[in-house]
Design a binder for this molecule. Sequence first.
Ligand code: ATP
Ligand code: MG
Length: 426
Amino acid sequence: MAKTIQAIRGMNDCLPEVSGTWQKVESVLRQVVASYGYQEIRTPIVESTDLFKRSIGEVTDIVEKEMYTFEDRNGDSLTLRPEGTASTVRAGNEHGLLYNQQQRLWYMGPMFRHERPQKGRYRQFHQFGVETYGLDGPDIDLEVILLSARLWKAFGIEKHVTLQINSLGSNEARQAYRETLISYLKERADKLDEESLRRLESNPLRVLDSKNPNVQAAIADAPSLLDHLDEESKTHFDSLCERLTQAGISFEINPRLVRGLDYYNRTVFEWVTESLGSQGTVCAGGRYDGLVEQLGGKATPAVGFAMGMERLVLLLTTLSEDALDTSSADVYVTAMGDDAQAYALEVSEHLRDTLPNVRVMMHCGGGNFKKQLKRADKTGARFALLLGSQEMQSREVAVKPLRDGQEQQTIAFNALSSTIADLLNA
Ligand code: ATP
Ligand code: MG
């Protein structure tokens, strides 16, 4: 036998047993963003490597060690996108969507990072994100956060996620804070790990969110970013906090929250859960007013977030078994005898004509009723239709409930689609 070929480590197949859940998640996401007037943008999966280096930052986990970078046949350096914001800005600049305009956009699709695969962390994963442009007030920061909060409600998981926010201030204020932080960290250099030491000069803010508990303990009394905000950023942040309270969104201010990508300024936030172990951040975002200009456009304020869809699906299926809908049909059509098969086809097509949202599966491959009903049960269908020569002659259909122990009933062909619609909605 030939050796079987396996998928790349950390890159998952989405099998039929979960693809139904994914489709439902995707449709809720689409519906919620549409209800806020956001429009979809789709960008290529491959971009020039420079795009990510220039936006995400050279001294970040992503650019230092996580990118899938390769040379194409022309010798150009290309990278599989590790996130969606850089591509959105690139496309916005390229097509004139951002210059003097306001945009509210969303995207969804696969991202690639060469990380150590574990629960909630993969090498190909999916993000759903929103990005807004041309708006600098805290009203849009609030809207973006409200939108994310509505998503949790739509999925019924609002009690399992909490919001953490922080402000990184302006670039100038952060620069001044950086100096203060560097001298603080230098005094404790002997207690820092190798990674933190390496970042001390190049990206000291990232030392603040080190995952090493020893480092965390050593820098417990580090000066707080929030005490070093410029006046305007402070007003912006206070106003956002006030609006969140008015909107009934609870939040925690976490002065250590700095985010792993360089392009953020002012508002940053994360939605975290305790139900997924260490991969607890489900959604993360913030303001990135400098990025559009940094990538060659005119200075344009921007704010957005990205959500890890695998983590969302994991959370949904961890919290409720019902979230996993593995059924493939609502109605399963069985038939005995050659004549009845033609009738079964007529019935099935009639249902598909009149009830396009109902999943109708017609039995193929013959066998007795018992065998056919066994198949029907396996599909998860709620009703089986039983068609024999008698039903065909009288142009009737026997409807057998498969799930809730109700009585079988025989109804006229003409009443079939309204009866099925009622039964499925009941
Ligand atoms: P983490 O600290 O978990 O590595 P990050 O800061 O690298 O996250 P972002 O780049 O902000 O994450 O991505 C936004 C969201 O995408 C994360 O909050 C997470 O839900 C999801 N995500 C990021 N990397 C992965 C991955 N390798 N596998 C699955 N989901 C991921
Ligand atoms: Mg990461």
